[in-house]
Write a protein that binds this ligand. Structure first.
Ligand SMILES: Nc1ncnc2c1ncn2[C@@H]1O[C@H](COP(=O)(O)OP(=O)(O)OP(=O)(O)O)[C@@H](O)[C@H]1O
Length: 327
């Protein structure tokens, strides 16, 4: 099963430029979480900080008791092995076949025999729907296939935590829908903790169990999907509805005068209306139910009293006890 990731008071700057400060959240073990935020708010910097590739100046990232910020490099290096990383462009080696790209981490980090490597690689190739394409070079396949190959490579070391940086970038809506389903299927099959960085509203509303949002150098919110999808917090509501009116501007934030003018001119855009919560994707037929769903239901039910009324209503409507929830 996936491992919990505990982030406490994380602050990162580059020189004088503060990227975000005092970020505190827990990625629940085995659940899928998404980090949203306008461009340039430091989502990629956040992913890189979780694996210890970037060093925040304050705070901790605890994984199995190892702090990825300040533990000895040897411990950080060892802990990095529990991660699978999928970068925006698939980050494949252009001169290697998909097979060799996917086999790379196994050849680099393990002493497995070639026959065993072949078995594992082909299993992952099958999982991401690339059977038959394994001898092709990255330049000979589509962007969507490259992403899936990147995902297969992220999976060969049986990661307990998977980080995906914009799995949808450069994909058309249909391929984005396929990658969303793939992420859910993957979670059903390997029960890993997953964090996805994306701008894509379809992914945000149908894939994750939990959602967070970075804006103005802060984590605006992090919590169960029902809380964000019904949130009346202006930044979250604007982002999730993809409208121009609201605190987010072209260069991240609008000044107070522009905001006041907008509110005067189109007050209805600011009024909160009941928000419909789209159904979360289910694993494809034939796959096991996601373990995360039951764990999350119990966790969310336990925190129900502390949630805003809109989220409470949505949860009560959508989370009536089902067979799954019976122990
Ligand atoms: N190694 C670095 N050195 C200096 N500045 C950096 C470095 N890496 C990132 N930044 C800066 O940190 C800020 C956040 O970048 P980041 O790529 O994390 O944003 P993002 O939210 O992922 O954006 P997008 O959604 O557009 O990919 C940017 O201003 C970027 O220029």
């Amino acid at each position: 099963m996936g491992i919990e990731v505990v982030v406490e008071g994380l602050t990162k700057s580059f020189g004088k430029q503060n990227i975000w400060q005092d970020v505190t959240l827990t990625l629940p073990a085995g659940e899928v979480s998404v980090m949203l935020g306008p461009s340039g708010t430091g989502k990629t910097v956040f992913l890189k900080s979780l694996i210890g590739l970037l060093k925040p100046e304050r705070g901790r990232v605890l994984i199995n008791g190892v702090d990825m910020v300040s533990s000895p490099e040897r411990d950080i290096y060892e802990t990095r092995k529990v991660f699978g990383l999928m970068f925006q462009d698939g980050a494949l080696f252009g001169s290697m076949s998909l097979f060799d790209n996917i086999a790379f981490p196994l050849r680099e980090h393990t002493r497995k025999k070639e026959s065993e490597i072949r078995r594992i690689v082909m299993e992952r190739v099958d999982m991401v729907g690339l059977l038959g394409a394994e001898e092709k070079l990255p330049g000979e396949i589509s962007g969507g296939m490259r992403k899936r190959a990147g995902l297969a490579r992220a999976l060969v070391l049986d990661p307990q935590i998977i980080l995906c940086d914009e799995p949808d970038s450069g994909l058309d809506p249909v391929r984005t829908a396929f990658i969303s389903q793939l992420l859910i299927d993957l979670n059903a099959q390997i029960d890993a903790t997953m964090l996805i960085v994306t701008h894509n509203l379809d992914i945000a509303s149908t894939v994750p169990d939990n959602m967070g949002m970075l804006f103005r150098r802060n984590l605006v919110t992090f919590g169960p999907r029902e809380v964000l999808l019904t949130s009346e917090e202006p930044v979250v509501a604007q982002f999730l509805s993809g409208r121009r009116e609201g605190p987010i501007g072209m260069s991240e934030e609008k000044d107070a005068a522009t905001l006041a003018m907008e509110q005067l001119n189109s007050p209805q855009e600011y009024e909160s209306s009941p928000r419909r919560i789209p159904a979360q994707l289910e694993p494809s037929p034939g796959l096991p139910a996601r373990q995360a769903v039951l764990r999350r239901k119990l966790r969310v039910m336990a925190m129900l009293d502390q949630l805003p009324p809109s989220a409470r209503r949505a949860i009560e409507n959508g989370m009536a006890p089902t067979q799954e929830a019976t122990p």
